[in-house]
Design a protein around this ligand. Structure first.
Ligand code: ZN
Length: 322
């Protein structure tokens, strides 16, 4: 098997790839904002792209590269061979980059990648498998000058039995659902109760949803905080929420799986009648029937002997509106 894997070393993983966009200022700006990088080198008339953006210029995005640009079959064949041998899970382990020349707005980017090495069989905490390293050469400009290289390493592995539950989502094929321990087995996370929010949890114990109100300016606030965002006063009292609200927004959680939660489930941002919003669960309807604007009513969910949470029950079945 290992000899066969080594036969892939030196074969192409991508040939003749072309970046979807030339190096450009908007992508640089978004990257810098996301990274919190305020270096002056990345803006202005002499801007260069952050070197660590190297791979970003080669990415195909959700839609991939049109007309198969950059595709080569050897890498797919190697992964299929590993899948067939039972190494069906994959995790990215590390990457190394070398920078030869800066990329600047306007540079068109091309790239090729090669399967650089396949490791002997290794056993890690995740499981046993092979590390696969690819090296991508990224070139820029009309002369195709080498701008940098990007080495990317993955571990293709068969999950260790103890890791099966934790990595259940990495590859459905590797982990038949019936092998996943019955869910949920764990208890929901405990809230962190401190002097700033103890009043809230005391209220929950009495089945009262309490909203903080600034006694300086009357502004309501949620979640509980030590001071008023509107006037900075540290003084407050509470008002009890009526319990009526509407779904202001929501997400449906599929991944990652957490112990004590059974995905998919909806997590809603509920706007209370009093105007503040809180994150909670919507009960009484399936996760895929939660809708923005849906009226909901407070109720209390007994999770276990020591934890009770405020949740919101959908007021009426949605029925034919779907
Ligand atoms: Zn205030």
């Amino acid at each position: 098997m290992y000899d066969e894997l080594c036969g892939f070393e030196g074969k192409a993983a991508a040939v003749g790839g072309r970046g979807k966009d030339p190096v450009n200022e908007p992508m640089i700006r978004h990257w810098c904002e996301a990274m919190g990088d305020t270096s002056p080198a990345y803006s202005g008339p002499d801007a260069i792209a952050p070197p660590t953006m190297l791979q970003a210029w080669t990415m195909g995005g959700l839609s991939g590269h049109a007309d198969g640009t950059g595709r080569a079959t050897a890498y797919d064949e190697l992964l299929a061979l590993l899948d067939g041998a039972g190494y069906t899970s994959v995790v990215a382990t590390d990457c190394e980059q070398e920078y030869r020349r800066p990329l600047r707005p306007g540079d068109a980017v091309t790239f090729d990648a090669v399967i650089e090495s396949v490791s002997p069989r290794k056993t890690t905490r995740l499981g046993t498998g092979h590390f696969v390293t690819t090296r991508m050469d990224i070139r820029a400009g009309a002369d195709g000058e080498l701008a940098g290289t990007h080495r990317f390493r993955i571990l293709k592995y068969a999950p260790a039995p103890a890791a099966v539950a934790a990595s259940a989502s990495t590859s459905p094929a590797a982990v038949p659902r019936e092998r996943v321990p019955d869910r949920p087995t764990a208890r929901r996370p405990r809230p962190v109760v401190n002097r700033d929010n103890r009043g809230f949890w005391d209220g929950i114990a009495e089945h009262r949803l309490l909203i903080q109100r600034c006694t300086g300016c009357g502004t309501l606030r949620f979640p509980w905080l030590p001071g008023c965002n509107a006037c900075a006063s540290p003084d407050w009292d509470t008002v009890e929420a009526s319990g009526s609200g509407t779904v202001f927004s929501y997400v449906v959680m599929h991944h990652p799986p957490f112990p004590a939660f059974d995905p998919p489930y909806a997590v809603a941002l509920v706007e209370l009648a009093e105007g503040v919003r809180m994150v909670s669960n919507v009960t009484g309807v399936p996760y895929d029937e939660v809708r923005i604007g849906m009226p909901v009513q407070l109720e209390f969910l007994r999770c276990d002997e020591e934890l009770e949470l405020p949740v919101f029950r959908a007021d009426e079945p949605q029925g034919s509106e779907r």
